[in-house]
Write a protein that binds this ligand. Structure first.
Ligand code: G6P
Length: 362
């Protein structure tokens, strides 16, 4: 089937806009109207004692977020690896391991090779993919389709938020199977997710204006803590891919161990900080940046904005949302910052230089 831009300037803009619908579809595939989470046969968390998550690029950052969820919600130990490292490390595999491979295309060569390494070693091999006919799907014991629909733009957007949605459902199901209480409001609160994503998309206007300033920078740093740390990495990856500006994501707490040396008034710092249990800590890192003349763009929620806007160059305010859902919502500004900075720089949004949608060679 031919896919067109549906009136959008770029596939990326279309795919960003599609996220409320795509995530809704991903949710409904695993969560029914009675709040029951149903997984495909063959994936039974009562037999799983640990997880090994393997992926590349943006899918790898989805795995990093999932590690927080599986560990805090389901109390399962998780290892996360980039496939190109995992496959050559000859990692020993303990009994009770679920090996989960996350890939939009299902064809990434390193991820597929890592999967083959785990065949005969892991108890269960699951492929979380957007393309159900793909090699990774075919060679997995269990296939978890994310239902994002065709993703054309090289930079992954809706596949990322759908991957996160399905990974969160898996973590919730694992917790239920292990007899653990779910975070307050879950899984019912998940139904609010498409609407919250829709509301988050409205920051576009503010982000487009901030992006004109970001486009003049040579280096940009993204900071996040806890489950927002992988979003800082994803924000930096998207920005460098699309705008060719050097960008780095850092765990807020690591600021003092290096990147703070780079801070002056030429280096914008994007801080992702919902008003959660770690908010004060991240904000204190943000203040260290501002004390050194750094221009801060704070991405937060209404409560965070009320408390910590002073001295920032710009505040992007997302809707108030359950803490667990924050990584999914913060993906939206991460994508929009990269998109509008690329527009301001005039780079090729859908086909950035040197990059491929699916990396089927090593
Ligand atoms: C390439 C794409 C990225 C993607 C990565 C992994 O680098 O440009 O957008 O995240 O491959 O791809 P996969 O299909 O395995 O998710």
């Amino acid at each position: 089937t031919r896919v067109d831009k549906d009136g959008h300037k770029h596939f990326m803009a279309k795919e960003i806009a599609e996220q409320p619908v795509a995530v809704d579809k991903a949710l409904r595939a695993f969560l029914d109207d009675q709040d029951v989470i149903t997984l495909p046969e063959g994936l039974d968390f009562s037999k799983i004692e640990r997880l090994s998550l393997v992926a590349c690029g943006t899918a790898y950052y989805a795995c990093m977020v999932a590690k927080y969820w599986f560990e805090t919600i389901a109390r399962l130990p998780v290892e996360v690896d980039v496939a190109s490292e995992f496959r050559y490390r000859e990692p020993p595999v303990s009994p009770g391991t679920l090996a989960l491979f996350v890939s939009q295309s299902g064809e990434t060569a390193d991820t597929l090779a890592a999967l083959r390494y785990m065949q005969g070693k892991a108890d269960v091999i699951a492929g979380l993919v957007n393309v159900p006919e793909s090699s990774i799907a075919r060679e997995s014991d269990v296939v978890l389709p994310i239902h994002a629909g065709p993703e054309i733009s090289v930079a992954s957007t809706k596949a990322f938020t759908c991957q996160l949605t399905v990974l969160l459902l898996l973590a919730l199901k694992a917790a239920q199977t292990r007899g653990l209480p779910l975070p307050a409001g879950m899984p019912d609160d998940l139904r609010a997710l498409p609407g919250l994503i829709h509301q988050s998309l409205a920051s576009e206007v503010q982000i487009a204006s901030a992006a004109r300033d970001l486009a003049t920078a040579r280096d940009i740093i993204f900071l996040g803590r806890g489950q927002l740390y992988p979003l800082a990495l994803e924000g930096a990856l998207k920005l460098k891919e699309l705008s060719y500006i050097h960008a780095e994501g850092y765990a807020s707490g690591e600021l003092k161990h290096g990147p703070i040396a780079l801070i002056d008034d030429t280096v914008p710092v994007i801080v992702m900080a919902p008003k959660d249990a770690l908010f004060e800590k991240t904000i204190s890192n943000m203040q260290e940046v501002m004390a050194r003349g750094g221009r801060v763009v704070l991405v937060t929620d209404p409560d965070g904005a009320r408390e910590a806007s002073e001295g920032t160059a710009e505040v992007i305010t997302l809707p108030r949302a359950p803490v667990t859902l924050a990584p999914i919502l913060y993906a939206i500004p991460a994508q929009q910052i990269a998109y509008f900075t690329a527009i301001a720089k005039g780079t090729d949004v859908d086909q950035p230089r040197n990059l491929a949608k699916s990396v089927t060679v090593e």
